[in-house]
Design a protein around this ligand. Structure first.
Ligand SMILES: [Zn+2]
Ligand SMILES: [Zn+2]
Length: 381
């Protein structure tokens, strides 16, 4: 009995202490956090990143402040996280990285006219200058002075982020936050496909990452006759099949795939969409492209490489189209139409979701070569 009483008293005391401790922690947190936020930062010029508490940024007159609702991890973020050659030359720590996001506008700058507090937006990540030749002739996505969110300026892997008004894309309130956050890479795929005129054509999509998978979905929706998908990872090829690829080829397992495609298409595919960009992918792409065909280049090679221009392009009469970003904002209207009408369902590409506090776990998965993943989305609340 004595022991029971002792246990009871001890239990209630610790319970009360627990409540007191939690209460004071909450109070302190609220005071300290009112102008502070959690952000994923690149603090040093080396591999990795850390979650840090920093000041909530103030929007400039032509910017808005958003409370980030979801953010997705891009190939660019993996480069920055692993601190590869490209990042070493481009990224200047300390900075907040990340660029694919959606959020609610909580404050607007004094010049902002078209966006109001409460709007639910996604961000176009190419910030144009508005004054150069390209900006003034309808090509602001390739602005000469472009600055990219989370690359050249602070990004959105944070509880709050500033976005220039020109880069805000208003979403319908019914759009889920995870789909709203992947519209930017979905837009890369949409732009690549729509520039290539794939309707009723036999095409090849090279690559099996998220943007290649989105491209399979868009090409299927806009009427490509047959889609060959060349990739290296079975898990990803399966996602591309779900999205709309008709024939998937694992180039690490099948030997004579070039010959097979040339034979089946009677001389090559009409269009190649290269979402991989490396030397092998480019060589494959031109090898399976028919004469007078179109090669649309989106992927980026890690380093320059040798290429036979005469054989691949000149004698073939090939057309090459380069794709950077998304057309502002023609591509965004097109992608909205594809998503709104259900012509493309991007959900099979989203393979993992993490709460923002598990950012490092999410990045480790994204950069893991052992565990397969496609699009990874961070949910902020
Ligand atoms: Zn991206
Ligand atoms: Zn410009």
């Amino acid at each position: 009995m004595v022991k029971f009483l002792f246990d009871l008293t001890f239990a209630s005391l610790s319970h009360i202490f627990g409540i007191l401790a939690r209460y004071s922690f909450k109070e302190r947190n609220h005071k300290e956090m009112s102008n502070k936020m959690l952000a994923a930062m690149k603090t040093k010029p080396s591999a990795g990143a850390e979650l840090a508490v920093i000041d909530i940024p103030k929007p400039k007159p032509d910017e808005v402040l958003i409370k980030v609702k979801a953010a997705s991890i891009c190939g660019t973020d993996k480069h920055i996280y692993t601190w590869d050659k490209w990042s070493q030359g481009r990224i200047k720590p300390p900075m907040v990285f990340g660029h694919e996001c959606c959020g609610e506008v909580v404050e607007i700058g004094s010049f902002v006219k078209g966006i109001k507090v409460g709007d639910y937006i996604s961000a176009e990540t190419h910030v144009p200058c508005g004054h150069c030749y390209q900006c003034r002739t309808g090509d602001m996505h390739v602005c000469r002075n472009v600055s990219i969110l989370g690359v050249d300026r602070n990004g959105i892997f944070a509880e709050y982020a500033v976005v220039p008004e020109i880069c805000c894309w208003k979403n319908d309130s019914s759009l889920s936050v995870e789909i709203a956050s992947i519209q930017e890479p979905f837009g890369n795929a949409t732009y690549t496909v729509m520039e290539s005129n794939v309707s009723a054509k036999k095409i090849a999509i090279i690559g099996d990452g998220p943007i290649a998978a989105f491209a399979c979905g868009v090409a299927h929706a806009v009427g490509a006759a047959r889609i060959y998908n060349l990739g290296m990872i079975e898990f990803n090829l399966e996602i591309c099949r779900k999205m709309g690829a008709d024939i998937s080829i694992n180039v690490t397992q099948e030997k004579n795939y070039r010959e097979r495609i040339l034979e089946e298409t009677d001389g090559g595919v009409d269009i190649v969409l290269d979402m991989a960009g490396n030397k092998a992918a480019v060589h494959d792409g031109f090898a399976i492209l028919r004469r007078m065909g179109t090669f649309t280049a989106f992927g980026i090679a890690p380093a320059p490489f040798e290429f036979d221009m005469a054989e691949s392009v000149v004698f073939k009469g090939a057309k090459i189209i380069g794709i950077s970003g998304r057309k502002m904002f023609e591509t965004w209207y097109q992608l909205r139409n594809l998503l709104d009408t259900g012509k493309v369902d991007p959900r099979p590409v989203i393979t993992h979701r993490f709460p923002f506090k598990d950012f490092i776990k999410a990045m480790d998965l994204a950069t893991s070569h052992k565990i397969p993943s496609s699009k990874i989305v961070l949910i902020m609340e």
